[in-house]
Design a protein. Structure first.
Lengths: 115, 115
């Protein structure tokens, strides 16, 4: 079974600064996908970024980028130029290539962006 | 209405009550999911329906009974619940289950309190 661990329950960052959220996972699979989801206070969860395990290049979506270290089973999310609207719960998630689109989530990190 | 909607947004019920949660997606998707989000546990997948057929039951107690009459609607029927079932219940949909490139779109959730 896969497990996903987010070791930072809460973090804060000043507006316009950069913050990195940590995520580690455990799997014996070689083909899989990793995701970061954002859940703002209004509670509707949205996908932030996706990384394929077979790709060495780190995924980037505007101000969001990941540092994917496959050997270390680490998948951190970097948010650059933090904005007040980035305040949310952030969930790291794992999907096995053969799991039928089943996501395994970490416990989440609550990020507060301060003005 | 657009995206994924859920009703009611809040529900308080006694342990002997019977109630139902409703989810509707307006995205033309064929897969729908129920997740449970508890305060102290990671988001847990409960059920998956793909083209109206249940493809995943993640060892959910029988007091939770899902129903998927068509690809646009998903229900979760609740009866004789326990206080530990109090949680945020999230519905999601995707184009089709089994493809990691089919992003899951989430609803806002129903906050359930069992007294």
């Amino acid at each position: 079974a896969q497990t996903v661990t987010q070791s930072q329950p809460e973090m804060s960052v000043q507006e316009a600064e950069t913050v990195t959220l940590s995520c580690t996972y455990d799997t014996s699979e070689n083909n899989y996908y990793l995701f970061w989801y954002k859940q703002p206070p209004s509670r509707q969860m949205i996908l932030v970024i996706r990384q394929e395990a077979y790709k060495q290049q780190n995924a980037t979506e505007n101000r969001f980028s990941v540092n994917f270290q496959k050997a270390a089973k680490s998948f951190s999310l970097k948010i650059s130029d933090s904005q007040l609207g980035d305040t949310a719960m952030y969930f790291c998630a794992f999907m096995n290539n053969n799991a039928g689109n089943m996501l395994t989530f970490g416990g989440g990190t609550r990020l507060m962006v301060k003005p | 209405e657009t995206g994924v909607t859920q009703t009611p947004r809040h529900l308080v019920m006694g342990m002997t009550n019977k109630k139902s949660l409703k989810c509707e997606q307006h995205l033309g998707h064929n897969a729908m999911y129920w997740y449970k989000q508890s305060a102290k546990k990671p988001l847990e997948l409960m059920f998956v329906y793909n083209f109206k057929e249940q493809t995943e039951n993640n060892s959910v107690p029988s007091r939770f009974s899902p129903e998927c009459p068509n690809s646009s609607h998903l229900f979760l029927h609740l009866h004789t619940l326990q206080p530990e079932d109090s949680a945020l219940y999230l519905c999601a949909s995707s184009q089709e289950a089994g493809d990691p490139y089919n992003e899951q779109f989430f609803g806002p959730g129903t906050r359930l309190t069992v007294l």
